[in-house]
Write a protein that binds this ligand. Structure first.
Ligand code: RB5
Length: 142
């Protein structure tokens, strides 16, 4: 189960992500926002972070205008490793190295094609399970 959250800046790109997930038969829970009305990105970062920490969802996708604010907010929750990615190399690396559990994206930064490629890579790349990466992640999760 994938937790989705965005603010007004990310709303339209999130509709494309939802289409992608549905076309691929992937289950998701949409924690909003549900329109382009102005709202506060930390509220949606919180909902998605809590869904993951509660074990309701394994991974999350957060979108705001830049991807920055919503990713910063999510990373304030212990156990969340959110990565703002602008290309699929970053998405692959953050799964393999950081075992990132939330993908952040900026709707005003990247196009739909790039975003969907990032989503695909993020969802399909496993953590490397490499000892050195596990050690480094353990140092984050103090
Ligand atoms: C909203 O205008 C914008 O600040 C937000 O979407 C995001 O880019 C914040 O980091």
């Amino acid at each position: 189960m994938i937790a989705l959250g965005c603010d007004h800046g990310g709303y339209e790109l999130m509709q494309e992500v939802i289409k992608y997930l549905e076309e691929h038969g992937l289950e998701y829970k949409n924690y909003g926002t549900y329109s382009t009305d102005s709202c506060d990105y930390p509220d949606y970062a919180k909902k998605v972070a809590e869904a993951i920490l509660a074990g309701e969802c394994e991974k999350g996708i957060l979108i705001c205008g830049t991807g920055i604010g919503i990713t910063i907010a999510a990373n304030r929750y212990e156990g969340i490793r959110a990565a703002n990615c602008t290309n699929s190399f970053m998405a692959e690396a953050t799964r393999e190295h950081n075992d990132a559990n939330i993908l952040g994206m900026g709707a005003r930064v990247i196009g739909v094609g790039t975003a969907l490629k990032i989503v695909d890579t993020f969802l399909n790349t496993p953590f490397s399970n490499d000892e050195r990466h596990k050690r480094r992640i353990a140092k984050i999760e103090h």
